[in-house]
Design a protein around this ligand. Structure first.
Ligand code: ATP
Ligand code: MG
Length: 411
């Protein structure tokens, strides 16, 4: 009988196949990042609402529409974290990490929450892996973090990945550019969607993201920020490009690239996978040189990215095969069950995967079950105190000394 309860809208259970797949992505990411010196960090699942309002930006979709915000019993407004960068910057300041050797290089993985309309690749609880390099404005850091995500997607075998690269400049050059962009939007106001028109003043960059034909037409003729970069911003962007070229990482300059968070400055990037349809971005990020100051800290340049585990798995489009078992310990009769369990324990302690029957199956049923769980060998514990080793692939079976099972399996 089906239960009347279901997982909440936009959430899902990771059953073993999915949980395995998720762990494999997280494990690969953690290993790649650890080899480059990015240390793991974990922050709380909820934070003060104001952290996100200030850190992510009040004009962003995330803060305006997507946060799971509630009051706790003490009357404080808290929010389930919609992203990882603001919390990590909060932790950086709270624990005085600016006193450590810079940059502080961090890796994280975990659940995030956004109240969005659920669809393929877009959920209310989803899982990200991400990195942050805090305390450096060197273009080397930009190229290094981009390289980490590029390496991860390559190692996982995500097909058809493209890297889009852009730059938002510094707040000053951006301000000049934004005025230019607003002029262009105002001059073509009649063709814009209502949403874009209403937000010309607060977030004109978002117009590049619009999908209505009218706005898109206007945006085709809009000035781009990449063309308007000057001085150190232009220099920084040029160096990042040269470093990516030298590392053999191909990219496409996308002058219309914007990100849904206010804190970005200079380099921004996005890894897309065309096979994913509307939710095509598997991961992205950029520089956020102003964020730590925005949160009350000293000026601290930083860069990072986040990637969606579910989107990576969708792009891979494969079911994770079970890992199988090294051995199954079958009992010829009920009296042999304690021997089987004890031997399974010995094998497990030696690092092998081993199972016994926990459901009272007869010997025939145990062999069938061993096959079902992908056991490579079955040790049958006979009634006379002896044992037999059966290779499940060849079907070959021979007597073995029960005291030597570990050695026999190790061959
Ligand atoms: P999108 O444009 O698809 O909404 P975003 O700009 O909001 O993405 P980020 O905030 O940069 O995305 O998050 C980084 C990554 O997290 C995305 O590239 C995506 O892979 C994943 N992601 C973001 N929102 C969701 C969601 N609601 N469900 C699943 N994955 C998500
Ligand atoms: Mg989004």
């Amino acid at each position: 009988m089906a239960s009347k309860f279901q997982a909440p809208r936009g959430t899902s259970d990771a059953l073993p196949a999915d949980a395995h797949a998720r762990a494999r992505v997280e494990g690969a990411a953690a290993a790649i990042c650890a080899r480059a010196g990015y240390e793991p960090i974990a922050t709380p699942i909820f934070e003060d609402t104001e952290l996100f309002e200030r850190g992510v930006g009040r004009s962003t979709d995330i803060v305006r529409k997507e946060m799971f915000t509630f009051e706790d019993k003490g009357g404080r407004s808290v929010t389930l974290r919609p992203e990882g960068t603001a919390p990590i910057c909060r932790a950086y300041l709270e624990h005085g990490m600016q006193k450590l050797a810079q940059p502080v290089k961090l890796f994280y993985a975990g659940p995030f929450f956004r109240h969005e309309r659920p669809q393929a690749g877009r959920y209310r609880q989803f899982h990200q892996i991400g990195v942050e390099a805090i305390g450096t404005d060197s273009p080397l850091a930009d190229a290094e973090v981009i390289g980490l995500l590029s390496d991860l997607l390559a190692e996982l075998g995500v097909p058809g990945v493209e890297l889009r690269l852009g730059s938002l400049g510094s707040p000053e050059s951006r301000r000049d550019y934004l005025e230019e962009l607003k002029d262009h939007l105002r001059a073509n106001e009649g063709e814009l969607s209502k949403e874009v028109r209403e937000r010309i003043e607060i977030n004109p960059l978002r117009a590049f993201d619009a999908d209505d034909e009218g706005t898109r037409g206007v945006m085709r003729g809009a000035p781009t920020i990449v063309e308007s970069l000057e001085g150190e911003d232009a220099e920084h962007f040029g160096e990042v490009r040269a470093l990516l070229d030298a590392a053999g990482i191909s990219y496409e300059i996308d002058p219309t690239l914007v990100r849904g968070l206010d804190y970005y400055t200079r380099t921004i990037f996005s890894f897309v996978c065309e096979g994913l349809g509307a939710q095509s971005e598997v991961g992205g990020g950029g520089r956020y040189d102003g964020l730590i100051e925005q949160l009350g800290g000293p000026p601290t340049p930083a860069i990072g990215w986040a990637a969606g585990i579910e989107r990576i798995l969708l792009a891979l489009g494969e079911e994770e095969a079970g890992a199988g078992r090294d051995a199954f310990l079958a009992a010829a009769d009920d009296e042999q069950r304690p021997r089987a369990l004890a031997l399974a324990g010995e094998l497990r302690n030696a690092g092998l995967s081993a199972e016994v029957d926990l459901a009272g199956r007869g010997l025939k049923g145990q062999l069938k079950h061993a096959d079902r769980i992908g056991a490579r060998r079955v040790v049958i514990l006979d009634a006379d105190g002896g044992a037999q080793l059966r290779d499940m692939e060849s079907g070959e079976q021979r007597p073995v000394d029960p005291a030597n099972v570990l050695e026999e399996l190790g061959e």
